[in-house]
Write a protein that binds this ligand. Structure first.
Ligand code: HEC
Ligand code: HEC
Length: 165
């Protein structure tokens, strides 16, 4: 019992010291993000997307098999994808790609969910930018040692590279 009392007293004394010293030391804290704890995060500067008008870029090598290739060109003027309109398809679609000298959408894009082959892109591929993304030159937020199976990936080639199958 005596022992417990002693311990309790010691804890109370420590707590009292802590309570007294906290306000002073809190002021000296230097938060790592350089702003007060209560301050809202400062938004980083907006980055510009890389790439110019479609037609002048090299394709970007894929890092693993079945990766949706990233978009090497600018998409500013034709990123509106709506029920009526899809400007990506006006260059990449089955009927237009040759004329526009653009790579044709992947074979998988013509299959509906039952595996039936369609003439044009299946509705489930309509929202292109859900899988294909434009690029910015930004360092990775976190370092990692990921190595893609580049051997299976298509190398960066010239525009409208020939398809194997
Ligand atoms: C004016 C025609 C045009 C439009 C519109 C267009 N593209 Fe492209 N796209 C191209 C051309 C040409 C290339 C080949 C690279 C180059 O020359 O810039 C390409 C390359 C690509 C690639 C790389 C393919 C690969 O195998 O690496 C993807 C993915 C792509 N475009 C997706 C899109 C998406 C998504 C949109 C709509 C937001 C779009 N493109 C709109 C013409 C176009
Ligand atoms: C659900 C994800 C998804 C959506 C949505 C999608 N794609 Fe893809 N795309 C892929 C994947 C994965 C590949 C690579 C494998 C393949 O060809 O299926 C690809 C391949 C491509 C390629 C390169 C084909 C080649 O020669 O290898 C082009 C160009 C392309 N997509 C354009 C588009 C356009 C334009 C749209 C919108 C109409 C679109 N994609 C919608 C996932 C998607």
């Amino acid at each position: 019992m005596k022992h417990t009392l002693k311990t309790t007293f010691a804890i109370l004394a420590t707590a009292a010291c802590w309570a007294l010293t906290t306000p002073a030391s809190a002021q000296e804290l230097k938060p790592m993000r350089g702003a007060d704890v209560a301050a809202p995060d400062q938004a980083p500067d907006a980055k510009e997307y890389l790439g110019g008008k479609p037609g002048g870029q090299r394709k970007i090598a894929r890092t693993f098999k079945d990766q949706p290739p990233v978009i090497p060109h600018a998409i500013e003027n034709f990123d509106e994808i709506s029920l009526e309109e899809n400007q990506c398809l006006s260059c990449h679609g089955a009927e237009t790609y040759k004329k526009k000298k653009a790579p044709k959408i992947g074979d998988s894009h013509f299959l509906d969910r039952d595996g039936k082959k369609l003439e044009e892109a299946a509705a489930r591929r309509h929202n292109c930018v859900q899988c294909h993304v434009p690029q910015v030159d930004a360092p990775p937020l976190v370092d990692n040692s990921f190595k893609g199976d580049v051997a299976d990936a298509k190398p960066a080639g010239k525009t409208a590279a020939k398809k194997k199958n």
